[in-house]
Design a protein around this ligand. Structure first.
Ligand code: ASP
Length: 334
């Protein structure tokens, strides 16, 4: 029987990085080089390889992600069972979520990378790429949107975070865990997951809205938020304390900022949801909501920033932004 087809596209990252000089690794391999290094890949799928960019994760731009999105759509529209995008792990939790917001096909778009460069002992790139392709052809992945496959785990793009700077198991989905694990090369789906539909109305857009992410901290007066207002930013996400708290002074800055742009607050803790109605002091989540800020719920600050960016890019009004955050951030079923 003919093997399913999977398109593999590469943007760069450690998985593509080598060094001849000992001066530190940098992107050097294209998609065809990556595919050629994976034992057993041809047994799983018939793979095409496209080099989209050769960049570290830190230098990816929105335009690279737009290009990757168009490439993946064309691949599945031309008959591929799924698409696999290879990139740097540094920004993978962000790019995969941005892709998830726009991915409008039933076939899976799987994002992967590596923590160890190809020339290092125990390099994880080939295993991750093989697992990503196996996921892309698996019927269980259909309809789940954008998935992240690392270290034999499959994560939803809306939940996955980079949780370790160096370890091979650098990715996790805090609180809920991965959706599946690869067992002997095939996904075993352990958790039920229902994705939100992609963002509607992608037509009219602002080129590149300026949406900032600020982490608040002990004794923070909110001065930087005031600077964002003066600099005419288009939106801001605050990585707030606990369930969504800032100092009372910072809360005053939020009142001024919400008159000029949409302010969202998320939890800076790395796991768990914002609250809505638990605390009532000045600077509490209840107080911030009363001042016009929007809670991000379960969305991490990084993901909340991308959702706000995408909505501002579409010129969405505040009500629509609040609705999207309520739908994507609360995980409640009505
Ligand atoms: N450490 C990163 C990686 O794993 C470097 C990058 O994001 O390009 O790929």
């Amino acid at each position: 029987m003919a093997k399913p087809t999977v398109a593999v596209g590469s943007l760069g990252g450690t998985i593509t990085m080598t060094s001849d000089t000992g001066s530190g690794v940098a992107p050097a391999w294209g998609a065809a080089d990556l595919v050629a290094q994976v034992p057993g890949l041809a047994d799983v799928a018939s793979v095409s390889a496209t080099t989209l960019a050769m960049l570290p994760g830190a230098s990816l731009r929105y335009s690279d992600i737009d290009q990757a999105l168009s490439w993946a759509r064309s691949a599945v529209d031309a008959g591929a069972s799924g698409a696999v995008l290879v990139q740097g792990t540094d920004t993978l939790e962000e790019t995969s979520y941005l892709l998830e917001l726009y991915w409008d096909r039933p076939q899976p778009l799987v994002v992967t990378g590596a923590m160890r460069a190809p020339q290092r002992a125990g390099s994880d790139g080939p295993a991750n790429l093989l697992a990503a392709v196996a996921t892309a052809v698996d019927p269980g992945a259909r309809g789940l949107g954008v998935l992240v496959v690392m270290n034999d785990e499959i994560h939803a793009a809306s939940r996955v975070c980079k949780v370790d700077a160096m370890a091979v198991d650098a990715f996790g989905s805090p609180v809920f865990g991965p959706l599946a694990r690869l067992v002997e090369g095939s996904p075993a789906w352990g958790n039920h997951f229902q994705r939100h539909p992609p963002l509607a109305g992608q037509g009219d857009s602002v080129a590149d809205p300026r949406v900032a992410l600020l982490t608040t901290h002990l004794a923070d007066s909110g001065e930087l938020l005031t600077h964002l207002v003066e600099a005419e930013y288009d939106g801001a996400v605050i990585a707030a304390l606990g369930v969504g708290h800032v100092s009372s002074e910072f809360a005053n800055a939020v009142s001024t900022a919400t008159e000029r742009f949409v302010v969202v607050f998320a939890s800076r803790t790395g796991a768990g949801s914002t609250g809505w109605k638990s605390y009532g002091f000045a600077g509490s989540e209840k107080d911030l909501i009363a001042r016009g800020a929007i809670p991000a719920g379960w969305l991490t600050p990084l993901k909340a920033r991308l959702l706000l960016w995408a909505l501002v890019r579409q010129r969405s009004c505040r009500n629509r932004i609040a609705e999207e955050f309520a739908a994507r951030g609360t995980l409640r079923r009505s």
